[in-house]
Design a protein around this ligand. Structure first.
Ligand code: AP5
Length: 259
């Protein structure tokens, strides 16, 4: 990353903090709100937003970040799948969109997310996996984080499209503990059984090839404008997701530390 890029990201981060904290000066706000990897294990940790196409490894990297920094993962896909599993009214509505590879409307999505973010475990910060996915969601997230005084780090995992197909069609999930495997890249020790609890692994209904295509189209059409929004403001940190998971994790950590 060039010095100019780094400087421009610092400027936009400072602007975000200034707006977030109102009367507090930008410099002192930075001191109050700097995340833990910048200023040691104190108070607020900050928010990490993981962006990337379906299959780019957002869940995989969220798990690594949470293990390292002890802040919760808020996955909007998991929140929705939980509603579907519990057979709630909202889950029934969301399921139709998810099975079709479309985004769930904000009128269903945003209240669940806001409710989850209001829980006490999110006070120090959290990892957002799968949100925002539209320009409107990016703007509403900015407003929400400003109210909370939590500045976000925006990470984009970049992976070539051909590889995404293999990552998604090869994914298998344990329905009991939610652990994720990949028959090509991270197979379980015993074929199709979870290493942790021996449960038979399943494929997500939206990991079928024709749905994957629609999810990727939706990403291009709906999520790309949100990415451009962050890029225009100099807030986007690009990470090469096309490397082994531990290398991706290392790149994320070093880029977070240099912010
Ligand atoms: P969601 O669950 O968020 O799905 P997604 O964004 O499509 O992402 P995935 O979970 O498929 O992939 P991932 O990037 O987490 O990759 P993973 O780590 O698993 O959303 C599902 C649906 O819910 C959406 O289609 C939409 O309908 C709805 N929805 C969710 N959020 C919404 C929102 N904000 N607004 C509206 N609707 C919303 O990795 C993939 C595979 O690759 C795994 O098998 C993994 O083991 C493997 N792997 C990962 N990294 C690597 C690596 N570096 N090398 C080798 N293998 C790897």
């Amino acid at each position: 990353m060039g010095a100019m890029q780094r400087e421009s990201r610092k400027v936009s981060r400072r602007r975000f903090l200034k707006e977030a904290t109102g009367a507090v000066g930008a410099a002192s706000a930075l001191t109050i709100l700097k995340p833990r990897w910048v200023r040691g294990a104190e108070k607020e940790f900050g928010v990490v937003v993981l962006l990337g196409p379906p299959g780019a490894g957002k869940s995989e990297q969220s798990r690594r970040l949470t293990a390292r920094h002890s802040i919760p993962i808020i996955s909007t896909g998991d929140l929705l799948r939980d509603q579907v599993r519990r057979g709630t009214q909202l889950g029934l509505q969301a399921d139709t969109y998810m099975k079709a590879g479309q985004l769930v409307p904000d009128s269903l999505m945003n209240p669940i997310l806001e409710d989850r973010l209001s829980q006490p475990d999110c006070a120090r910060g959290f990892i957002l996996d799968g949100y925002p996915r539209t320009l409107a969601q990016a703007e509403s997230l900015d407003a929400l984080l400003k109210r909370k005084g939590l500045p976000p780090h925006i990470i984009l995992l970049e992976v070539p499209t051909e590889r995404l197909f293999k990552l998604l069609t090869g994914r298998r999930i344990c329905p009991r503990c939610n652990r994720s495997y990949n028959i090509y890249f991270q197979p379980p020790q015993k074929e199709n059984l979870c290493d942790a609890d021996g449960t038979t692994l399943v494929q997500r209904p939206d990991d079928k090839e024709e749905v994957i295509r629609r999810r990727l189209d939706t990403y291009q059409r709906e999520t790309q404008p949100a990415i451009e929004y962050y890029a225009r403001q100099g807030r986007l940190v690009r990470v090469n997701g096309d490397q082994p998971p531990e290398k991706v994790a290392g790149e994320i950590e070093s880029k977070l530390a240099s912010q």
